[in-house]
Design a binder for this molecule. Sequence first.
Ligand SMILES: Nc1ncnc2c1ncn2[C@@H]1O[C@H](COP(=O)(O)OP(=O)(O)OP(=O)(O)O)[C@@H](O)[C@H]1O
Length: 605
Amino acid sequence: MPAHPPKKTPSGRSPVAVARRALAAWHRVAPLVRTSRLKLTLLVVCSLLAGLAEAGLLAVVGAIAGALSHGSDQVTVGVGPASMSASVTVMILAGVVGAVVRGALQVLLAFLPASMSAQAVADLRRRLFDAFVAAGWPVKATERDGHFQSLMTTHVNAASFAIINIGTGISVSLVFLTLLVSAFVLSLPAALLLTVASAGIFMLLRPLARRLRRHAAALSAENIEYSKGVQEVVLMAEETEVFGTSRSYLDSFHRLIDGIRQPMLRTRFLAQAVPSLYQSVALLLLVLALGVISVIGLDQLATLAAVVLILLRALTYGQQIQTSVTALDERLPFMHRLADAIERYRSQPRQDGERPLPDRIDRVAMRGVHYAYDGGQDVLRNVTFTVSRGETIGVAGPSGAGKSSLIQLLLRLRTPARGTVEVNGTDVRAFRREDWQRRVAYVPQTPQLIWGTVAENIRFYRPHLTQEQLEAAARRAQIHDDIMSWPQGYDTIVGQRASAVSGGQRQRLCLARALADDPEILVLDEPTSALDVRSEALVKGSLHDLKGTITMFLVGHRLSTLSFCDRIMVVAGGCLDAFAPPAELSATNPFFREVTELTRRQTSA
Ligand SMILES: Nc1ncnc2c1ncn2[C@@H]1O[C@H](COP(=O)(O)OP(=O)(O)OP(=O)(O)O)[C@@H](O)[C@H]1O
């Protein structure tokens, strides 16, 4: 759910509505171009200069044409009541200079939006990534699969084009206005007459333009659905490989593809057709100009030619404004989603403390801890225990009892709703998270490998770890011999889908990762549940060797995994039902007795 309802983009095509939409777009884009203020100012100045250069050039061209048609070698450019005369040669030279200046300004005007866009994309990706990384675990844990990838790629790309559209939009609007003002300055009556006439014709095209905008919005929505679908194709590749690609699976994806076809056809068609119609309007304007000439006579031919040329160019820019607004309409939903995501990540930052962690962690405890997900019912209730340094603790209990939730509180991934997690008698929230992360290690139930070498996987972005430390950790995790048997040893490339690494090897590689920085507390979530017998024996061997040297918390469904623990917590219905050595639990705890009996029967069957 977004942090707040998505802001609705104002609709309509009246100048007020377009201005409101442009403002809404600007509201979204402004934070992205904050670092490019100088470029933005340069864009405005260059646009005004380009408009003036173009208007001047067209006025000179019109005046030269007028002079040549009269057989005169003196060219007069009239600006309102004032006028300026020079020879044809001087005017042609002035025209060449004007054309070169305008060309140079246009190159700059193409460069500036591109440069602002590239800068904004880098800034946006950094902000998004930093916000995600700094967000608390509850936000990350609820992130939909593939959503973050989509934000960082598709959405950011759309935003980059939106910035180009905004830059181009600002530039062409200013050139358009400058040309319009120039036409009025040159000849008020001619400009007024032609503007009113063309505005009337444009009104006739408004329904088409409105339709184009509607289809563009529909296309944008379909594109977002489509990209979600594509993400799932890869994400679910293994499952569909196993379950098979049924007719309904194929049909559902084909429907996504077909859903885009109609809005795309309509948008692309209208995007082509509308500009052509605008060009037809321009031709109509020419015919109209001939009519005006016949009414006001040939005396003012030069000025009139300049006004017609300038207004024709202004029309082209008007059309570009239209194109920019349509493209922005397509891209704004992506920008709203990006802004919502950043807001959501930032709204729940990771909690941190200020005090350094004590040199020795002698005791870890929970006191009256309650926890509930998203304001729901308590899934942990009044959990209280103390564990001493070097103890090996098992965490057992039925499925859904709250074992993983308890472990997540211990890892500081989540914060208790009530009660405290304590270290040496002090609330753990008081201590720096960075210290906690360094001295508390974790091996999740399904550990993940990054795409990189074995050494990079064990080091896991901790550059201070030496090769010797990596190898020592690999030995403790009983994976060193396997690594040495691989062709490139510690330089062998592995990855999440690399077939060279078995499930058991992956588990032991991740155990080596956890051990590499000599943690004082090690938390393992079901470390052997998905392993073959040999891998399970190897992992168990490692854990036996670690016993007593490190404080260990071991979540396990199979009691065989927990049999070597000093004490076992039995979590049931969110409460700590029992906490005692395995032998004592066998005699006193019903859950423990039942599971022991079931395991015994399975083994003897
Ligand atoms: N992210 C979540 N949002 C909402 N409820 C959750 C979430 N994660 C777990 N729960 C609920 O909290 C309760 C405890 O779940 P938890 O995963 O801690 O149990 P568990 O003992 O580890 O289970 P299992 O052995 O099956 O992994 C369950 O009722 C579960 O549905």
